[in-house]
Design a protein around this ligand. Structure first.
Ligand SMILES: Cc1cc2nc3c(=O)[nH]c(=O)nc-3n(C[C@H](O)[C@H](O)[C@H](O)COP(=O)(O)OP(=O)(O)OC[C@H]3O[C@@H](n4cnc5c(N)ncnc54)[C@H](O)[C@@H]3O)c2cc1C
Length: 395
């Protein structure tokens, strides 16, 4: 066989899987159809569970050094401050990383690519998986290279870390049940000035709409997330920043001088019906996708990768009974479902425009600073958001 594990997709999930397997002495190939790593900020936060895992492979210190701790979340109504929820080390006593770390996805992927390259594994870019066969003893994958040539790659196992539109999920004919929220959201990385550009997170409400302001690295850089107004959708053209600019000003009072990145997206909440078929596995967004509320997406993919990596290594290296591999699906599907239930709840609470929900949002925001002073509530909140609550004791 050319390799023991063929990893398709060099997003955070595939990179962590490649890194972990390499550390365990397993031979891997990792391919990606894109010419280079992602250059947009996307995933914003790294949770304590991920940092604890990174600590096991000597990566946590570099992650913490390159990122920034989230100090507080503020809530405003029509630019008037309603509440400040201090976070800081709110998980003290529970983890050596008792905070939420801000580390944007492009920087995060770099953090993973560097040690992988040092270990002698380069991501093979411009290489796309277009098919595969599994004969029960190995898989033979068909790859399309940038020169237009097809190549066949034999491997003991195939790992689909190929994102939400996963080709491997399609090829193994697995359903992706769940739903898609009707509303369209925007994300904009901008340079701006104003009271909400202060290194903290701001939830700015204006009537039924909510604009979230997240600090980015660099002077006066923030990310804005909100709902695209119906007027923009009615025009029939793809929304641009101009379509949301008035809404941003009304909610945040920010003066935006430059828009670096603007994109619109729909929010899905789905878990694949299967995470494994024979020698092919699905990981990360390829088998679960949810709202960005609570910053769980990337972190859940990392958890998948670590869970599967040691099992593949045990089977390939230590002759463990291959039945061990079945526990990947059982354990991680349960985790994905729990994460989706929690993020759906948080997302609904954050964005539902109904009057009663707006009232509940405001009430909860006012209550949160007090709740965070109660040790039990503070730790429960940290355990949930950090993913420390997840365990496999019943497995
Ligand atoms: C605006 C935004 C904000 C977000 N915020 C957060 C956050 O704060 N916290 C958080 O945890 N998550 C967040 N997420 C989610 C996070 O970005 C994803 O969960 C994460 O990128 C999933 O990683 P992945 O490696 O599973 O898939 P991806 O990052 O999608 O990577 C898949 C890779 O597979 C490659 N590929 C696809 N098909 C093929 C093929 N056939 N052959 C070869 N290569 C292929 C693609 O080129 C891609 O590089 C956010 C997402 C968005 C869009």
């Amino acid at each position: 066989m050319q390799t023991e594990v063929l990893i398709v997709g060099a997003g955070p999930t595939g990179l962590v899987l490649a890194l972990w397997l390499t550390r365990l002495g397993v031979r891997v190939r990792i391919i990606d159809r894109n010419a280079g790593p992602g250059e947009t900020s996307r995933a914003f936060a790294v949770q304590a569970r991920t940092l604890e895992l990174y600590d096991q492979i000597g990566l946590a210190e570099a992650a913490v050094r390159r990122g920034r701790r989230l100090s507080a979340v503020n809530v405003h109504e029509r630019t008037k401050a309603v509440a400040r929820i201090p976070l800081g080390d709110f998980g003290r006593g529970l983890s050596p990383f008792p905070y939420i770390l801000i580390l944007l996805q492009d920087k995060h992927e770099k953090l993973l690519i560097e040690p992988l390259a040092e270990a002698g594994v380069e991501v093979e870019r411009n290489t796309e998986l277009i098919g595969f066969e599994d004969d029960g003893a190995h898989v033979c994958a068909r790859l399309k290279r940038s020169d237009g040539e097809d190549e066949f790659c034999d491997a003991a196992f195939l790992c689909g870390c190929d994102g939400v539109h996963s080709a491997i999920r399609e090829l193994v004919n697995t359903d992706y049940p769940g739903g898609t929220y009707e509303r369209v959201f925007y994300v904009a990385d901008v340079t701006a000035t104003g009271l909400m550009v202060d290194g903290e997170v701001h939830y700015a409400m204006a009537g039924p709409d909510l604009c979230r302001v997240f600090p980015l690295m660099g002077k006066d850089r923030v990310r804005l997330i909100g709902r695209v107004p119906d007027s923009a959708k009615a025009s029939g053209f793809p929304a641009t920043y101009d379509d949301v600019a008035d809404q941003v000003v009304e909610a945040t009072g920010l003066k935006v001088s430059m828009v670096e990145w603007f994109s619109t997206y729909r929010v899905h909440h789905r878990v694949a019906a299967k995470f494994r078929k024979g020698r092919a596995f699905l990981l990360g967004d390829a088998c679960h996708t949810h709202s960005p509320a609570g910053s769980q997406g990337l972190n859940t993919g990392v958890g998948d990768a670590v869970n599967l990596a040691w099992k593949l290594s045990a089977v390939l290296r230590e002759h463990a009974n291959p039945v061990l591999l079945d526990t990947y699906e059982t354990e991680r599907m349960e985790v994905a479902r729990r994460v989706i239930a929690t993020t759906d709840l948080a997302f609904g609470l954050q964005v539902n425009p109904a009057g009663a929900m707006r009232f509940a949002r405001l009430g909860l925001a006012k209550l949160m600073p007090m709740l965070m002073r109660l040790e039990g509530d503070r730790l429960l909140f940290f355990r949930t958001v950090s993913q420390l609550m997840l365990n496999y004791r019943k497995s």
